[in-house]
Write a protein that binds this ligand. Sequence first.
Ligand code: G6P
Length: 596
Amino acid sequence: MCGITAYVGNEPAANKILASLKKLEYRGYDSAGIAFFENEKIEIIKAVGTISELEKKMQQKRISSNLAIGHTRWATHGKASLENAHPHSSQDKKVCVIHNGIIENYQTIKNELKEFHFASQTDTEVFANYFSKNLNGGYLLEDVLRTLGKTITKMKGSFSFAIMIEGFEDKIFFIKEKSPLVLGVGNGFHMLSSDEMALDEKTEQVVYLSDGDYGFISKNSYCILSNGKIVKRRKLPFTAQVQSVHMGKFTSFMEKEIEEGSFACFNTMLTLLNQNLQKLEEAIKNSQKVFVVGCGTALHAGEVFKYVLEKECKTDVFLDYASEFRYKKPNIDKNSLCIFISQSGETADTLASASYAKGKGATLVAVTNVKTSRITKICNIVVLTRAGVEVSVASTKAYMAQLSALYFLITIFGKVKNEKISFSPTDILEIYNQKKEIIDAEKITLVANHIKNEKSLFFVGRGLDYFLAKEGALKLKEITYIHCEAFAGGEMKHGSLSLIDDESFVVCVLTQKNLLDKMMSNIIEMQSRGAKVILFSPFSELQNKVFCFVPLKKLKSHLMPFVAMRPLQMLALKCCEQKSLNPDMPRNLAKSVTVE
Ligand code: G6P
């Protein structure tokens, strides 16, 4: 993954790069680095850890350069270490690069570079040396551009690069192939960034670079080439919200975002209700098959959608992880409706699946939180969620907004297919408006205290609740590092019950009246083996039947995810807080996974 940024302009570049890197930190945060010119030589500062570690090191030096490149890393090739942190230099130190993506054939290229010594395990350093070798001391601009063109055809994979070259103190070169890279235009400066929201707030226009583009930026100009020819790309007004997102009274972004989840549902639904739906209705009318694809939390929202749509509209849905979907070669054709759910709209597997479906002639719907993301460019119809910026890596309010958008879609399916749906958009608006939700924070804190030192936890539910259990387990494991696994209640007795003993804690979700007896039987089976059951449920009559009961408000059964999920998110957060871990930046993860 990683985030890259570059600035050349009138102002000192170091602070611009730092500010931009802070906004890109969601893309990875295991190490960071910056390169700039000093006395015509390229200087590099790197640090292991978050951007604040880099900032500390930068403060020890006066950096006056008006040109710099910066990187925040999520390790792909080689562990998180100073050697593997970007920027990387060519052996002769004349070329310095930062990179987002993966060069799939880097090993083959490395084998061709026998004369070079490599200081890191990264594919990026292979690029730096390959590029420098082919530059062959050529320090005319046309040599550099020709070499960039050659390099882009040599490398396989998805990548974007920003490159500094000794002798070109006024230019930053770039390459873009499948990994995101935008070019920002301002008065007296140009920037490059993996994400437009990390461009400087004074940016006036933005250019969305196309795959295969390469070129350079300087203070007052830029140049884009593709296949050896100069190309023009449209400049659009810079409208991205400048993200000065603050934690406010909260102690973490995750806490803030859980709080905002309810409004995210409301806001998403309200906005969708005011939109022209003709294209969407047409697409649903013409669809004979429905596919749902996503990763992580987004796919969990998709599972709820599939369950409810199948029940409410008698429409079968094929659902899969984006990383599996296209390899199964699903039977997609022009009568298929494929729904891609992605908060960021940049997840590599989801994008690749969307391209696959597009190639089969299907109609594509993107459910995403980012209007300018790549998924919106691939799909025919965009259903925007209105969660606002989600900073914390563990997705919370974006999931809630996805539920809202997906339930909205169900009502459209109902309308088109003439099926009576058990809920209406107004029901969802009212959850927020009429405060039809309770979160018993005290109880949840108590539960967190019980389970925080566990090595392993079980999450169990049936029907719709199984999908909530899966998302609850994902939240807890990703920020507490406790092994959490979700099971469908009825399946426990087919193997997994062997794991239960009198030390086991089991988090159960029971919101569906029709499954109450069956789920209670499963709970009793687990309790008979010694399990301590923590039950999230609106059925207060069950409170004395379990170790700990967390009450939920009672809504129509298919609406229960809207009141059950935030308490489960809160459980993960409380547990994380009690373990003194940082919920916003869990280890080994990143918010946007732009590698396959
Ligand atoms: C990463 C994030 C998850 C997210 C998933 C899909 O794994 O850490 O929180 O659910 O990617 O991301 P997307 O942006 O496609 O929804």
